[in-house]
Design a protein around this ligand. Structure first.
Ligand code: IDP
Ligand code: MG
Length: 138
């Protein structure tokens, strides 16, 4: 058994477009358990910590500005191999080429903005997941 936890964020584009329920439904239908959930407005300090690995990249500042542009929903989901499983549900980073059937592939596309708006974040490893959960659920 590899019971894991992952951090999912519904980004401001997902909240603005009314896709919070759609994201949660896909997670629950896949069989994962939602163990924490909150709507919040992130601040710059929290986002800089969360996206530390991307500091210095050309899309970092647009990414932070985008994540500050409206409320987000932070979710902890649990289940066997949920980290990998949610990344598959989300689809690849670029929503234009993300596979149909995935959240990003079905629900997002390139908006021509400096940062890719792709509805969700999902942790990419057990270490990232625990680090990110502790940032959003202090
Ligand atoms: P991920 O969300 O699929 O794990 P990351 O590489 O961790 O992708 O990047 C974090 C977020 O930064 C992405 O979800 C996307 O919103 C944005 N992003 C990543 N790479 C680019 C890029 O090359 N151009 C613009 N935005 C990007
Ligand atoms: Mg990532």
């Amino acid at each position: 058994m590899t019971v894991e936890r992952t951090l999912i964020l519904v980004k401001p584009d997902g909240v603005r477009r009314g896709l919070v329920g759609e994201v949660i439904a896909r997670v629950e239908k896949k069989g994962y358990t939602i163990s924490a959930l909150k709507m919040m407005n992130a601040d710059r300090a929290l986002l800089t910590e969360h996206y530390a690995e991307h500091e210095g990249k050309p899309f970092f500042e647009p990414l932070v500005e985008f994540m500050l542009s409206g409320p987000i929903v932070a979710i902890v989901a649990e289940g066997n191999r949920v980290i990998e499983g949610f990344r598959k549900l989300a689809g690849t980073t670029d929503p234009t080429t993300a596979e149909p059937g995935t959240i990003r592939g079905d629900l997002a596309r390139d908006q021509g903005t400096k940062v890719v708006q792709n509805i969700v974040h999902g942790s990419d490893s057990p270490e990232s997941a625990e680090r990110e959960i502790s940032i959003f659920f202090k």
